[in-house]
Design a protein around this ligand. Structure first.
Ligand SMILES: NC(=O)c1ccc[n+]([C@@H]2O[C@H](COP(=O)([O-])OP(=O)(O)OC[C@H]3O[C@@H](n4cnc5c(N)ncnc54)[C@H](OP(=O)(O)O)[C@@H]3O)[C@@H](O)[C@H]2O)c1
Length: 268
């Protein structure tokens, strides 16, 4: 695989991926374009990656092409580059709902498409990425390169394409839910006398530790929760209060609303 790895769009996610990918591959493997000159200059300077003059140049030079623009910009970008797209291109789609079929129709070429759902903790190397492609679509070398790039920003797992909207709920959007939970704990503990800074720090570090416990333990999350609850102790009182307020239903409704929007955004 000699062609370059190209990125179109160098915003939050594009920059995070390029920064991670630079740890795994030499700078000359990459080329990128963003329509903002200041971003091109800054990122080129920071990462040592060559900025192209336009998206067409990126498409021409790349074998693997990351489309790192917002969903509403996908049509215009594909329109710009479709003259360069060939059947052996691999297009990486990070936009919710943008399917391989839609990209192929827009491009008028039977490109290979990998659908990906990263999340914002990828910005600090602690991301979770779900990724889907058709069986046999990629060579081992191609899938290794793609896994390595997302792996350089956190954890990555392949799922069936039909599950991509569920992945949006599980990891794409859910960082916001955890932030709100941390914020809610911190707000109340601040009212109990902690400083804001301490309250956020204690709550956030506990979220990190609790997540690691779940990942590293053989026990189910609900069993771990039970283990924190000693009879007659403090935690069980809080857990009972959450159960009485139907935490499961509150979260289920949030997941359903997220899923519903993901379905509405499908471009098939
Ligand atoms: N951020 C997340 O948490 C997250 C999580 C999962 C997936 N995603 C997906 O990742 C994609 C990128 O998100 P983001 O947060 O990185 O967006 P972003 O910060 O807005 O970055 C997109 C960049 O692409 C540029 N751009 C737009 N159209 C272009 C074009 N035709 N040619 C060249 N550059 C163009 C934008 O320029 P302008 O600013 O001028 O428009 C911007 O600099 C989206 O599809 C999003 O759904 C994001």
């Amino acid at each position: 695989m000699h062609k370059k790895i190209g990125f179109i769009g160098a915003g939050n996610m594009g920059t995070a991926l390029m920064s991670g990918a630079r740890k795994a591959f030499d700078a000359d493997r990459f080329i990128f374009f963003d329509r903002n000159t200041d971003k091109r200059e800054r990122i080129s300077g920071q990462l040592g990656i060559r900025a192209a003059d336009d998206a067409v140049e990126v498409a021409r030079e790349s074998g693997i092409l990351f489309l790192m623009v917002k969903p509403q910009n996908y049509a215009e970008v594909i329109d710009q580059i479709k003259g360069e797209l060939q059947e052996d291109h691999i297009v990486i789609s990070v936009a919710p709902g943008v399917t391989g079929g839609w990209i192929r129709r827009q491009a008028g070429v039977n490109v290979r498409v990998v659908r990906v759902m990263p999340n914002t903790p990828s910005l600090i190397g602690a991301g979770m990425t779900g990724l889907a492609y058709e069986e046999g679509a990629l060579s081992d070398e191609e899938s290794d390169v793609i896994m390595q790039i997302f792996g350089s920003c956190g954890k990555v797992r392949r799922v069936d394409e039909s599950l991509m909207d569920a992945v949006i709920c599980a990891s794409g959007s859910s960082p916001a839910f955890y932030y709100l939970f941390i914020d809610a704990i911190a707000k109340r503990c601040e009212e109990l006398g902690m400083t804001r800074e301490d309250a956020v720090f204690f709550a956030a570090q506990t979220a990190v530790g609790s997540g690691k416990m779940v990942l590293e333990s053989d026990e189910a999350p609900a069993v771990l929760a039970e283990r924190v609850c000693s009879k007659g102790g403090t935690t069980i009182e809080g857990v009972r209060s959450l159960q009485a307020d139907e935490l499961d239903s509150i979260v289920a409704r949030a997941i359903d609303a997220t899923y519903k929007r993901a379905v509405e955004m499908r471009k098939e």
